[in-house]
Design a protein around this ligand. Sequence first.
Ligand code: ADP
Ligand code: MG
Length: 242
Amino acid sequence: MLLELKDINKSYFQGKQEMPVLKNVNFSVEEGEYVAIMGPSGSGKSTLLNVVSTIDHPTSGNVSIDGQDPHKMNDDELAHFRRSTLGFVFQDFNLIHTLTVGENIILPLTLEGIHVPEIKKRTEEVAKMLGIEQLLSKRTFEISGGQAQRTAVARAVVTNPSLLLADEPTGNLDVETGKAIVELLHNICESGSSVVMTTHNLQLLKDYPGRVYRCADHQIVDVTDEYMPRQRTIEIDLNIDN
Ligand code: ADP
Ligand code: MG
């Protein structure tokens, strides 16, 4: 199992008052799985991803990614682990506006001290895969929302993460562009990363090619059967004598 959450509780506190968000959540993702988590605003989707990505700590419970608990690492170990194993994509793209598209993409590679020829090769590969190879020298204000999200996805996958986390990656895009991003994330999954994305856009989950979970009432429940294209049973007439 690539990702395993065991008995995760997460509460926020307002003064002494406890506001539970996640209660005894058990959730796991296998290698190569493509997972969507849907649920209303405020149900805890971002909290769940933030606990996985260590942006936030659980109140109790265990997180295991690739057999390791990132919440138990020291700062140096964690920084390396996050850059080598995890990729993140956010709703508002989180690009650095003083850099070009290409410079945004190479950022995680330069932080890991990878050599320049390898950086160039990897950047060109992901830019091509995401269809933004013509945009590398453009500034982020010169590109569209869809292109900005492709750039953010390129930056997240340029390190070949085992686990790509995408929090409402289609939230600021029109439906068609959103569908294209969901398809790109699926391609990335097929090329070897597990992908977990959150969305509250139900239209995107029609014919969704992976597992679907619902986040509600402090729990995460597998609802894949409600969203998968219905499997048709083919009745074959075996009585060949009539
Ligand atoms: P979603 O992503 O599904 O919209 P969130 O995980 O952002 O939901 O939020 C779940 C609940 O936790 C909400 O009630 C929200 O107000 C609360 N919450 C989230 N982050 C914080 C925080 N840093 N401090 C206090 N409450 C928070
Ligand atoms: Mg959210």
